[in-house]
Design a protein around this ligand. Structure first.
Ligand code: ADP
Ligand code: MG
Length: 578
């Protein structure tokens, strides 16, 4: 069979694989190395790309490559880039479901018998667990090659390769077993969300929340929709907009306009839930998630306080000046940031990368960064307070740079003076209280003084030096991996990403590690600014896909956003900036 996927190895017959497995049965585990290679299984090609060293090591990497024609899926499912991304996501889920159903597992020690694929969550991301090109579909997964102790269980391996995997392929990569209606619904839903995202700009919006959306999640550790007692979202009349989508047709919901938007309301009335939905709205969601019509500007970045973080030469002077003992805030560095300096740095670093919208929740903000009232202004004079509170900068951020803010603020009315839109959450439903907030503000004139000055201030672009990115550890030249969603092992360093709440998939975290390495070796060495250098890596990925990030074929990378990549670089304690 022709593969059209650039397999360098000679394609062997599947009987070669069965002969090898019989031959190495009961031998030492290392003999499994003999099954490395590419095999023709008739309907598909199976590539054993990497063989694990022992039953407890990371399982072996395997890939199935099938002709697109052989799948018999309609061509329209793959007719543009976003549909291909959605289709690859859907087929990954199908493969995962089929493997769960069909694969017996538990065929010996350690991971023996496992057949696993990188499982997506509620968001649909470009990922390389499934790669679809003009004429083929590749699915990459891992297999735990079975053993008792270190003794190869050849017959168990035969069952996996000759019974289970063929059935999984049949169940997940062929029309019939795969319901093409559900497939199309998935692809159409994702395309609709991307079209809606593109339209936000021309409608003057930073986000759209469709009527009927289910925003609350099942629990803090379960991202699926709350099933019982969830109140569906309903737009207030005055913020209602309608949009025509290619597949779903006309949809109605709340448009959040550009500028400064406050979300107010009593505690436990759904403010943070709305904001989290907006954070996640930078990604498309699967049908049934409840947030399929919650779509946010792709340049929206969640900002929070993150005390303890590392900061390297960030110009935080728009917010902070006159630190004790004359510390420079135009190139501010610290190993241990305070709440306010970390929040200031998080904003400036996001602006440096071209953020268009800031999403802020009072729950995770530093109070002294957000507000400074009249009484405090009188007691502690401006000269003695290094911080210019966000309330005095938020409007200038929009007028000077066109950057909007959506802010959850139930605790201070000082923001009424600077808000363009005020949304009140009451019993989980939004109300437009912009006019009432303006009346209240007029009645109780704030006696506080605006400390924000004429302009927002300068956003300084920084240029990292390449020495800060040594990826070696021990005997390894390059040791980069993800450890959970919020941690990257990069050489001898652990990068803590727990401040980056818009990361949604560990495979994104893994990709960030690889992107940093690419950035460091290709672009930091050229003296490019951080934002330019990271964008260059994305240009490469645009052309060559996520596979460009690793020297060999993997299936466990998902695309992160530039903001989280820069966020990780900025949190590397070895980062050094010119
Ligand atoms: P706030 O930030 O206003 O204090 P939260 O957004 O944290 O409130 O929500 C409080 C609780 O209400 C959470 O447990 C959340 O899951 C739940 N909740 C939020 N929105 C809804 C809704 N539309 N329907 C049902 N429960 C909701
Ligand atoms: Mg809250």
């Amino acid at each position: 069979m022709q593969q059209g996927t650039g397999e360098k190895n000679l394609v062997k017959q599947k009987d070669d694989l069965s002969r090898t497995l019989k031959r190495i049965d009961r031998k030492g585990y290392k003999a499994y190395k003999d099954i490395f290679g590419v095999y023709d299984f008739g309907g598909y090609v199976l590539a054993v790309d990497h063989v694990q060293g022992d039953p407890f090591a990371a399982p072996s990497r395997v890939c199935v490559i099938t002709k697109r024609q052989a799948t018999r899926f309609s061509q329209d499912l793959f007719s543009n880039r976003i549909r291909v991304t959605a289709a690859a996501d859907f087929l990954t889920r199908c493969f995962s479901d089929a493997a769960k159903r069909i694969v017996r597992g538990g065929r010996g020690m350690g991971k023996s018998g496992l057949v696993g694929i990188d499982r997506p969550g509620q968001e649909v991301l470009p990922r390389n667990s499934c790669v679809i090109d003009e004429d083929s579909v590749q699915v990459r997964f891992v297999v735990g090659l079975p053993a008792a102790g270190r003794t190869i269980l050849g017959n168990e391996a035969l069952s996996i390769f000759f019974e289970e995997i063929p059935r999984v392929v049949e169940a997940s990569l062929r029309v019939g077993p795969v319901d093409e209606r559900a497939f199309r619904e998935h692809v159409d839903a994702v395309e609709d969300q991307e079209v809606l995202r593109e339209r936000l700009g021309e409608m003057g919006l930073v986000a759209f929340v469709g009527n009927g959306s289910i925003l609350p999640r099942r629990s803090g550790v379960d991202d699926r929709p709350l099933t019982s007692g969830a109140i569906p979202f309903q737009s207030p009349e005055s913020l209602r907009v309608s949009v025509d989508l290619p597949h779903r047709g006309s949809v109605i919901g709340m448009g959040i306009p550009r500028g400064v938007t406050l979300i107010v309301g009593g505690g436990f009335h759904g403010k943070s839930t709305l904001l989290v939905a907006l954070e996640r709205g930078v990604y498309p969601h699967v049908p049934g998630d409840g947030r399929e019509l919650v779509v946010t500007d792709p340049g929206a970045v969640k900002i929070r306080a993150e005390d303890g973080r590392y900061i390297e030469r960030v110009n935080i002077s728009p917010f902070i000046t006159n630190l004790p003992y004359g510390r420079d805030t135009s190139a501010f560095s610290t190993d241990n940031a305070s709440g306010s300096t970390s929040q200031a740095a998080n904003i400036i670093e996001s602006l440096e990368m071209g953020a268009r919208v800031l999403l802020i929740d009072e729950d995770t903000s530093a109070t002294n960064f957000m507000i400074r009232d009249e009484r405090m202004q009188e007691l502690i004079s401006k000269e003695k307070e290094p911080i210019t509170p966000f309330v005095d900068k938020v409007k200038k951020l929009h007028s000077d740079f066109g950057v909007s803010t959506v802010l959850v603020m139930g605790g201070s009315g000082d923001y009424f003076d600077v808000a363009d839109t005020v949304i009140a959450m009451e019993n989980y439903l939004p109300e437009d209280v912009t006019d009432r907030a303006a009346e209240v503000a007029a009645r109780h004139r704030a006696a506080r003084t605006d400390e924000g000055g004429e302009a927002f201030g300068e956003i300084t672009q920084r240029t990292p030096v390449p020495d800060g990115f040594d990826p070696s550890r021990g005997k390894r030249d390059v040791k980069i991996d993800a450890k959970g969603l919020y941690k990257i092992l990069y050489g001898r360093e652990d990068i803590d990403l727990s401040g980056l709440s818009q990361l949604v998939d560990e495979s994104q975290t893994r990709a960030i590690g690889n992107i940093i390495h690419r950035y460091a070796t290709r672009y930091a060495t050229r003296g490019l600014k951080l934002s330019e250098g990271v964008r260059e890596v994305y240009r490469d990925m645009e052309e060559r896909g996520l596979d460009d990030l690793t020297p060999y074929r993997t299936g466990n990378l998902a695309q992160p956003r530039i903001f989280e990549v820069a966020g990780a670089i900025n949190r590397m304690r070895t980062l050094s900036v010119k």
